[in-house]
Design a protein around this ligand. Sequence first.
Ligand SMILES: Cc1ncc(COP(=O)(O)O)c(C=O)c1O
Length: 461
Amino acid sequence: MATHDLQNHTLNGDHCDHNIPISKRPKLSSPSTTITNATIISNSQIQSEFSHHVASVARINNGSFGSCPQSVISAQKQWQLQFLRQPDHFYFNQLKPGILHSRSIVKSLINADHIDEVSLVDNATTAAAIVLQKAARSFSEGRFEKGDVAVMLHYAYGSVKKSVEAYVTRAGGRVIEVQLPFPVKSKEEIITEFRKALERGRDNRKKVRLAVIDHVTSMPSVVIPVKELVKICREENVDQVFVDAAHGIGCVDVDMKEIGADFYTSNLHKWFFCPPSVAFLYSRKSNDRDDDDLHHPVVSHEYGNGLAVESSWVGNRDYTAQLVVPSVLEFIDRFPGGIDGIKKRNHEAVVEMGEMLVKEWGTHLGCPPEMCGSMIMVGLPICLRICNESDALKLRTHLRNEFGVEVPIYFRAPKDGEVDPVTGYARISHQVYNKVDDYYKLRDAINKIVSDGTICECLPN
Ligand SMILES: Cc1ncc(COP(=O)(O)O)c(C=O)c1O
């Protein structure tokens, strides 16, 4: 735990854009690390940790690919060299203990009960395949009936939707999408729609076997009230709940006991500074014998030895992204409050930047601040005339190519009768390396496009 008062310390030193006092060391951090003024990372050290980023580009899209500091990249290189120097020794003596160590760190960060509940896999897509393949086997082996239901959000991530189609629909399951409003005003709107979807799932006396719930939706990005939705699932006897939190750890609160899902995955390479690619998949231990029927989609020597062990060897490949978790912890413990401090400051900064932009453009945010993590949807000027997804992609490309701004753009179809609807939103992210100038660059780029009278239809493909 921190041994000194961290009040008034600012993340970015004298250039700090968002002076947020940290009054206490939050719980999601290394349990044993002591942080002192001497070890607190300075603004120039942060910049040097991310000095491999192209300096001329405003990277306000941490949400898509994450970021990895130099110290972690160096640690990864060391692991890679250890393998290349003496692979036999690495394989027999270092790999499994290394992965076990990373899993134990994740276990305490996420407040899981048991190390066996935590597996390391490549990414959230792989984790979704693991959970959904289990559902597919339940259909094919007769534990689920044809027509039994899986519920997922309309805004579920594209690859997860395809996986649900591939494993659930093809196995005979019926998929019900929860329609969500956007812009969203309150979590109650989401809870109401979720309840409606569960009711539809029980039509024809079928069982709702699985709920797939995002913790933070990707596009549009909104923090979903997962705790409340998991509780409703329990009350309504939904068999199992899988939380897709690709943007979870480092972006929102991730506590397995509080959330109470059966399965929960979070990438470690998005908001937790790991290199690509690594995610954890938590699977809650229960007395159900069926629990053991969770397998890595790539079958190898460890098949049948439990998901965590299966996942620790899926053939010859580079496992070093999984091995650097201790180095990531060292990095984040140089920040006041560890990962929770980082998360809090990113949240406050992204809200501040979002509010600055919507004020400039006379638009609005896609959700209230308490429904966003480290990303927020910012309404773009109506006069850009973003009329479809192609326009949104053209604007994104134009911002990257002509202005050096990396930011995803979302198209929202207007509702019938809406007057002057905002149809385009930029999803801005904030991570520790970002500066106010990055957001000014986006503001100025959009202002220039507007003042030139350019509409999105006229932008190059
Ligand atoms: C909500 C959500 N689920 C799943 C994924 C897939 O993550 P990955 O590409 O790391 O597998 C993403 C990626 O952005 C996401 O936002």
